[in-house]
Design a binder for this molecule. Structure first.
Ligand code: FAD
Length: 400
């Protein structure tokens, strides 16, 4: 019998982890099943581009994993029973229970209306492909001069406002931010952001705490009423509720708590990566939900699982930040250099060069999913029964 590894979610982290495991473990010893709801790999970091009317390159998962040793299962994950080591999946043929010896949980996140009245009913979002397509379709029906308000001054909101303003200069695009525009950036970074937003004609509503969304407008805590034919909600991401419904140890927000090898602190046969995991980074600060820090969690988990199954050395890399790469439309960008724990330092890269840099980052993120060992040769090692039993934890593994 082979050691059964199931990876849930084929986003940046799940797809990377599955592919990397397949390159590290001997095919006779393991089965690797990758479960995903959609048939394509979605370049989530480009969804503001999709919403703005650009077409993204199709990346079918079947082609990506053909001959890789990873079995793709297109289905919706409905639940995880961490005690019985099963996953419930549903597709057009019905509901099925899959058993695992090792689980990698990488279901990512979606948008977060944060309980703001009216947001769920009236706002649009771009945290997932269906939301971005719905927004794209709505924007296409707007007439010149109509107001689009992006709510949320983080990286996603800034990128979305710039992309929409560049693609649709006929619209009246605005951004509502809780504090000041780009207040986490260095002075040079902030200045550049203001300059580009000014050039793109984006109105910025600062210190605007949006407390309600209605059809055609939003209200703020200090009594402002901001008109918006379309409100785009980008105030943060929320993880899917599946992990919270399990016996796994999760945070108040539902992220799975893991150790430095991405292994669940409560269930040694479960690993969590990407947005779905609470990973402590430099300075004992949780890593933010991002592709930048999520991808290394996928490498770390795959290498740790392979090491535990084959007797190799556990990875001991500290996941750190180097820069924040912000697209400001297709022609402008901002690369804000940061400390290991993600605080801005004075240095920035701006202008056309920064736009090219960000485009390269997006391309290499997708390339990295299809090349999970980054082009480096990898040996598929044999799994031993004793190691697999130890790796699976106290319940014992189901290996030969
Ligand atoms: C518009 C936008 C721009 C961004 N820009 C950047 C950026 O520039 N840099 C950066 O570092 N980060 C950026 N991010 C954040 C980044 O996209 C996420 O942090 C990253 O995608 C997380 O990777 P993940 O693998 O954890 O989850 P995802 O990439 O979200 O993958 C999760 C996968 O699980 C699947 N799934 C979810 N639920 C189920 C289910 N129940 N059943 C089956 N399958 C399921 C999904 O279909 C998806 O394939 C951006 C996000 C957005 C929305």
């Amino acid at each position: 019998m082979q050691h059964r590894i199931i990876v849930l979610g084929a986003g940046y982290t799940g797809a990377t982890a599955a592919g990397r495991l397949a390159r590290r473990l001997h095919r006779e010893d393991v089965t690797i099943t990758l479960v995903n709801a959609e048939p394509d790999f979605v370049e989530r970091i480009r969804l503001h581009q999709l919403a703005a009317g650009q077409d993204l390159k199709p990346r079918p998962l079947r082609a990506m994993f053909a001959g890789s040793g990873v079995e793709l299962r297109l289905a919706q994950v409905a639940g995880v029973d961490a005690g019985r080591r099963t996953v419930t999946v549903a597709d057009a043929d019905g509901v099925e229970e899959l058993s695992y010896d090792t689980l990698v949980y990488a279901l990512g996140s979606g948008w977060d209306a944060q309980g703001v009245p009216g947001a769920a009913e009236h706002a649009y979002e771009l945290a997932g492909r269906s939301g971005a397509l719905r927004l794209r379709e709505r924007l296409a029906r707007l007439d010149a001069g109509q107001a689009v308000l992006v709510v949320g001054g983080g990286l996603t909101g800034v990128e979305a406002a710039a992309e929409l303003a560049e693609a649709r200069p006929d619209l009246d695009v605005a951004l509502a931010v809780r504090g000041g525009l780009g207040d986490w950036l260095s002075p040079k970074g902030r200045e550049h952001l203001r300059k580009v937003f000014g050039r793109l004609g984006i109105t910025v509503h600062e210190h605007a705490d949006v407390t309600a969304v209605a059809a055609g407008r939003v209200s703020t805590a200090d009594g402002r009423d901001i008109p918006a034919a379309v409100t785009v909600w980008t105030t943060g991401f929320a993880v899917h509720p599946i992990a919270r419904a399990t016996a796994l140890e999760v945070t108040g927000t539902g992220q799975i708590v893991v150790d430095a090898t991405m292994r669940s602190v409560s269930h040694p046969d479960v690993y969590a990566i990407g947005d779905a995991a609470l990973v402590m980074g430099p300075g004992n600060k949780p890593l933010r939900m991002s592709c930048a820090s999520g991808t290394p969690t996928a490498w770390q988990a795959a290498d740790a699982i392979a090491a535990r199954l084959t007797g190799g050395r556990l990875p001991a890399t500290t996941i750190r930040y180097f820069n924040q790469c912000v697209s400001l439309g297709r022609k402008e960008g901002l690369i804000q250099y940061v400390t290991a724990d993600d605080r801005a330092v004075p240095a920035v890269l701006t202008g056309r060069l920064a736009a090219v840099y960000k485009e390269l980052i997006c391309k290499s993120a997708a390339w990295g999913v299809a090349n999970p060992t980054l082009g480096l040769p990898s040996r598929r090692r044999r799994v031993t029964r004793a190691r697999a039993a130890a790796a699976a934890g106290p319940l014992g593994a189901r290996l030969p």
